[in-house]
Design a protein around this ligand. Structure first.
Ligand code: SF4
Length: 413
């Protein structure tokens, strides 16, 4: 099989993994005339599209789509009737360098089906990164998937070469994992996440130690994970509880939510329909609200809605509408914590408000200068020249005002 065909198969096989954003690493470049490539801050690597048109991926290939395991949600599972391929180490290295030189990509996201053993697979993945870094002095972004239960020395080596390491938690609950991926062990996954965290903590501590000349390098962009949503019956509350636990226990940079896409030759144990894509978006919003806005899971999901986030409006607005007694909030006097609860105010807006009000009282006109959506904010805030009518905040029509307008369904021809 030629390399072009392998690339078609192994790039296609990797597209279901959403956990490959390239943010958060150290900055490197090759302006000193040595090495190749650079990492621009926050830069994505490359994009591809899932069959449903969703942009889910940055640069990524699998080393092989052969796999010993039979995870029901995975197109590469052992019982799947897909064509198999395997790159050699040199093929992935050459492709990465060639694509980089042609400006197609900014780095490499490499994952693999599990062949022979976790150690063997991890060793193959690490060899690619080692060749790129040591033989080609490649300074672009490298994200490696970590194989659960791989040997500690291999994980240490992976962290030496990679910017980010990730290990997929796969589904929100242990029971779902047992049902959908019986060969996977949630304890092994969590143990490996714990080992990554220890190494990350050690590297960070060493970097802070001013008595040391050099600190050991370990995945400067940290670790992340991915959770498939909609392949089981877990509610959004359960999903967010699992995320909160993962962030707290393993200091993850990101939990990626990937709406389950029906795969070719799917198992009967899976739903026939994918979840609405908006559900994935709402989970990202709620995840952000938990981490940066001080919201608890219980505040974001409505028990009356079976622990699900609303799809028609964003979770912060939904919370505000359920807690109208907390509004209006006086923008010129409220604490940062309370300002963060106002629908339409982001963290940067709140910081700007706090800075501006040291010198003047904020008025309606200032909202435009802060690029705030006035229609979203005005029912919830008091400004020097604005006070919403009580009837406006209490109105049963307020929710209607924020809902997207109804759209006529398209014709099927
Ligand atoms: S181990 Fe990974 S590649 Fe193999 S079947 Fe499971 S999800 Fe797919």
């Amino acid at each position: 099989m030629d390399v072009q065909r392998k690339l078609e198969i192994l790039a296609d096989a990797a597209k279901y993994d959403a956990s490959c954003a390239s943010s958060g690493t150290e900055q490197r470049d090759s302006r000193d005339g040595k090495g190749l490539g650079s990492t621009a801050p926050g830069m994505g690597i490359c994009h591809s599209y899932a069959p449903d048109g969703r942009c889910i991926s940055l640069l990524k290939v699998l080393l092989t789509n052969a796999c010993n395991y039979d995870c029901l949600y995975c197109v590469n599972r052992a019982s799947s009737n897909v064509q198999r391929a395997r790159f050699t180490i040199d093929e992935v290295v050459t492709l990465t360098i060639d694509f980089y030189r042609r400006n197609y990509i900014e780095g490499l996201f490499l994952s693999s089906g599990i062949i022979r053993s976790p150690d063997y697979t991890m060793e193959q993945v690490v060899r690619v990164a080692r060749h790129l870094r040591e033989d080609h002095h490649f300074r672009g972004y490298i994200h490696l998937k970590t194989i659960p239960e791989a040997d500690d020395a291999l994980i240490a080596e992976a962290g030496r070469y990679a910017d980010r390491l990730s290990i997929n938690i796969e589904v929100p609950t242990e029971a779902s994992l047992a049902q959908l991926a019986p060969e996977k062990d949630v304890r092994a996954i969590r143990r490996t996440m714990g080992r990554l965290r220890l190494k990350l903590d050690e590297a960070n501590e060493a970097a802070r130690d001013t008595t040391r000349k050099t600190a050991p390098r370990f995945a400067p962009a940290g670790q992340s994970t991915q959770m498939i949503i909609g392949a089981d019956t877990s509610s959004d509350r359960t999903i967010l509880q699992t995320s909160a636990n993962l962030y707290g226990s393993y200091n993850l940079k990101r939990v990626y939510y990937s709406a389950f896409s029906p795969i070719p030759d799917a198992s009967r144990g899976l739903p026939l329909q994918p979840p609405p894509l908006l559900r994935e978006h709402r989970l990202y919003q709620a995840d952000w609200l938990m981490r940066f806005y001080g919201f608890d899971i219980g505040e974001l999901t409505d028990p009356l809605e079976a622990g699900m986030l609303p799809l028609d409006i964003d979770p912060k607005l939904a919370w505000a509408l359920r807690h109208r007694e907390r509004f209006p909030i006086d923008v010129n006097r409220a604490s940062r914590e309370n300002l963060l609860r106002v629908p339409g105010f982001g963290t940067r807006t709140v910081d700007s408000i706090l800075a501006v009000r040291r010198v003047t009282r904020l008025r309606l006109a200032d909202l435009r200068r802060l690029h705030v959506s006035r229609s979203k904010v005005l029912p919830f805030v008091i400004l020097a020249d604005h006070r919403p009518a009580v009837s406006q905040l209490d109105s049963t029509h307020l929710l209607q005002k924020f809902r997207p307008p109804p759209a006529q369904l398209g014709f099927a021809f």
